[in-house]
Design a protein around this ligand. Structure first.
Ligand code: IPM
Ligand code: MN
Length: 397
């Protein structure tokens, strides 16, 4: 039986653009099934936001939305942000206040992206479904630094705009040899920013439940070429001393991209600066069946925002076609995070059950969307997983 304490968590839903709405509905269905069959309670607040909202209303979300996320949410679940051709006048992504503004404004410094291949998943390589990778060989956890690096200016612009503060663009200095038109995204990498994400990576390596005999953290950077990465790597080496039982390796990002595809079993936890993490996690999604399977959590010291890694998929919007599992697994990460940060063992238990149910669903149900070789709709997958979760919780708790 679940404990008697009824906990109510305020969950803010940010469905965002396009298919973000469809997948967040399915994730909510699953959370509803948990709530209906346990003592865990959720109070949902949905906030309209994103590029299309900006196009229609001239604002990315209603005034006060950031504050709801900051002050009144136990956790946040985001769908997808961005719509083709919709940008702010200065060229910024319309919807950036939501995704980048929250990352910077709530100091969600670790973007945590599991790359796990479920048993039974066919992935697409060379345009065909295949089973190139063995599921026991693909179980990585990539942490992407989420508040600085090459995104720094844009992150700061987004958060300052939300707060109504002015933003001083860093002037383009000292590139006279490049002519008079230069666009410059500085890439600051700080000791502070690196320490906190690297420490998180070692924490995950310590606690993560894997079949690996040796726990390992890999630092992925480009320290053969750039100063920022040299600092990143040396801070990584310092922090690693605090975790003597975890082994470490280093890889340059270009070689890592190759090795991750060739020998994914060589990696456990991986930590990388912002843009590199963005790129290698899209590539990594191919190892797990595609973007429809890629979940993530943006984690700070006091807030968590969870989102599928995929975008808004305009071409599939409104078709009830896309895979909701990335969003459902993001909700799973949310529940696990709630369990850990609030010390709620019921939430932890429910998160475990949800993860187990997704695995069972994939290997037994054959109710899968097109990207996994099936023909089920988004909502059929959501219904099937929600039913399975509901009945499993009733049975096991
Ligand atoms: C991601 C996305 C975002 C990013 C976009 C939507 C700003 O690609 O979460 O990976 O680049 O970080
Ligand atoms: Mn991305």
């Amino acid at each position: 039986m679940f404990g008697q304490v009824v906990s109510d968590y305020n969950i803010t839903l940010l469905p965002g653009d396009g298919t973000g709405n469809e997948v967040v509905s399915e994730a909510k269905k699953v959370l509803d099934a948990i709530q209906d069959n346990s003592n865990i309670g959720f109070d949902f607040t949905a906030i309209e936001c994103g590029g299309l909202h900006y196009k229609e209303h001239g604002k990315e979300w209603a005034e006060g939305s950031f504050e709801i996320c900051r002050d009144e949410s136990d956790a946040i679940l985001l769908g997808a942000i961005g719509w083709p051709g919709v940008r702010r006048k200065n060229g910024d992504l319309a919807g950036g206040e939501v995704v980048l503004g929250l990352r910077a404004g709530l100091e969600l410094y670790a973007n945590v992206r599991p790359i796990k291949l479920y048993e039974g998943v066919s992935h697409k390589v060379h345009g065909k479904f295949t089973k190139v990778w063995d599921s026991e060989k693909v179980d990585l956890l990539i942490l992407r630094e989420n508040t600085e690096g090459l995104y720094y200016n844009t992150l700061q612009r987004s958060v300052k705009r939300i707060k109504g503060e002015s933003f001083r663009e860093y002037p383009v200095i000292d590139f006279p040899e490049l002519g008079d038109e230069v666009a410059w995204d500085p890439r600051p990498i700080s000791r502070k920013g690196t320490e906190r994400v690297v420490r998180r990576a070692f924490d995950y390596a310590t606690k993560r439940d894997t079949s690996l005999e040796n726990k390992k953290v890999t630092c992925v950077d480009k320290s053969n070429v750039t100063k920022g990465c040299q600092l990143f790597r040396s801070v990584f080496d310092e922090i690693s001393q605090e975790f003597p039982s975890i082994s470490t390796t280093h890889a340059y990002v270009d070689a890592f991209a190759m090795w991750m595809v060739r020998n994914p079993e060589d990696f456990d936890v991986v930590v990388s600066p912002n843009l590199f993490g963005d790129i290698i996690t899209d590539l990594g999604s191919v190892l797990q069946g595609g973007m429809g399977m890629a979940a993530s959590g943006n984690i700070g010291d006091s807030h968590g925002l969870f989102e599928p890694v995929h975008g808004s998929s305009p071409k599939y919007t409104g078709m009830n076609k896309v895979n909701p599992i990335a969003a459902i697994n993001s909700a799973q990460m949310m529940l696990e995070w709630i369990g850990n940060t609030k010390g709620d063992s019921d939430a932890t238990k429910a998160a475990k059950i949800l993860s187990q149910c997704v695995g069972e669903h994939i290997s037994t149900d054959a109710i899968l969307t097109y990207d996994l070789g099936g023909s089920a709709t988004t909502s059929q997958v959501g219904d099937a997983i929600a039913n399975r979760v509901g009945s499993t919780i009733r049975e096991l708790m």
